[in-house]
Ligand binder design. Structure first.
Ligand code: SAM
Length: 260
């Protein structure tokens, strides 16, 4: 039956995604730098500047992996906090809490190690929680912000992730998603196709010893809804003022929405 087929496809997808991130956890950060020629750092900076973090905020970074987004949110809050010392801000840096949620414990463990190296302690302001983006363990209306970077493309049910994001956000809370998206610029699109179909899997094989996983990642980019369609899905989850920004001609896009 078509249901049976769908079921198998979904199990296959979950298994593949699990394998990908278990097998790449240790080389994950290096591969990110190589594949994006370091650009993912700028893209994450841009994501966090759109979030506009503030001292005292409760923030959830889903599919947070090794902590790249969470560290940026914290660093930004620290810099805002220092500027606010002379101002009238009442919320203190100590009230700030960033939750990193990821389905894969290997990724979280790498993140925890990095946090220790950076001097961020768990009890302080950072929690690492194993969990599924499709069924979050956080309470309704408990977060000021929600980010998901390079995470939503690999989930089984995008709609469930979006409705969970909506549920856990407070009114006025912001949803932000950074994701590899669709390039629609002639010539550049052809170069990008060659890069992603040939260079990325080869790099995966040479650096992470895993060609198949990176081939799968490239294919998943093609299957992910384009910018407009994804914006529509965010709207359907209940978000308002939904918009997106393309970076590098749509290689990545940042979608945002508000829960009003
Ligand atoms: N956000 C990090 C970054 O930008 O560096 C990590 C991105 S990594 C490409 C994708 C992450 O999504 C992996 O750590 C993987 O374990 C996680 N993931 C996949 N499916 C998930 C799910 N259903 N719920 C939560 N995390 C998931």
């Amino acid at each position: 039956t078509s249901f049976g087929y769908k079921q198998v496809r979904e199990e296959e997808k979950s298994r593949l995604v699990g394998n990908v991130f278990s097998s790449v956890a240790s080389s994950y950060d290096l591969m990110n730098d190589l594949m994006s020629v370091g650009l993912h750092r700028l893209w994450k900076d841009r994501l966090v500047s759109k979030l506009n973090p503030f001292p005292g905020m409760k923030h959830l970074d889903v599919a947070g992996g090794t902590g790249d987004v969470a560290f940026r949110v914290l660093e930004r809050i620290k810099s805002v906090g220092h500027r606010a010392m002379q101002g009238t801000l009442t919320a203190t840096e100590e009230d700030t809490h960033i939750y990193v949620c990821d389905i894969n414990p290997n990724m979280l463990n790498v993140g925890k190690k990095r946090a220790v190296e950076r001097g961020y302690s768990e009890e302080h302001c950072l929690s690492w929680i194993q969990g599924d983006a499709e069924a979050l363990s956080f309470e309704d209306g408990s977060m000021d912000g929600y980010t998901i970077a390079f995470g939503i493309r690999n989930v089984t049910h995008i709609e469930k992730v979006l409705s969970e994001a909506y549920r856990v956000l407070k009114r006025g809370g912001r949803f932000l998603c950074l994701e590899l998206s669709h390039v629609d610029v002639p010539v550049f699109k052809q170069i990008y196709d060659v890069y992603s179909f040939s260079v990325v899997p080869t790099m995966g094989e040479l650096v992470a010893g895993d060609r198949q996983s990176y081939q799968y990642l490239v294919e998943s980019i093609r299957r992910f809804p384009n910018q407009e369609k994804f914006a529509q899905m965010i709207q359907e989850a209940g978000f308002e003022r939904v918009e997106y920004e393309n970076l590098v001609g749509g290689v990545v896009a940042i979608h945002s929405g508000l829960k009003l």
